[in-house]
Design a protein around this ligand. Sequence first.
Ligand code: ZN
Length: 170
Amino acid sequence: MNKDKTTLKRINTAHPFLRGALLCIYMECIALLTNPRVKLRFSWVLRTPEEQDALYAQGRTTPGTIVTWVKAWGSFHNYGLAVDIVLLIDEDGNGSFEAASWDVVKDWDGDGVPDWSEVVKVFKKYGWDWGIVNRAGKHIDLPHFQRPFGYSTSELKKLPRDSEGYPVLT
Ligand SMILES: [Zn+2]
């Protein structure tokens, strides 16, 4: 099991309601992913409104491909209520994880279940939603998980904020 320091730091940027559970989720996941060449990373947790707008510009007014459909405050990441994952792979076994994988079917640890599905199961057990269902009813954005506590992003935007800037959930 590979514990990722970057991920542990990012867990502390999640909404205060979620930090404890998110650490449990992470520890459960990495215990299940037994190939030493695979490391689970949370690639995004909290995303600032400025980062969200920069991401929205990508593929529209700045180079790159379109990766989001929403501007600042339109993503659950902007409230610390969403996580994106990636699997980091040590391809040559030298201890550095030089490749990133979003393969949802590869069974890196050979236990008969795709590693991605193992992670999905843990998040779901803790009540998180996996991916996003788009207007056409298609399940997309498979690296994404969210725990909105029944709120929409427009409702969250209107809530009072705590001293750290997170919406006060009741
Ligand atoms: Zn996401």
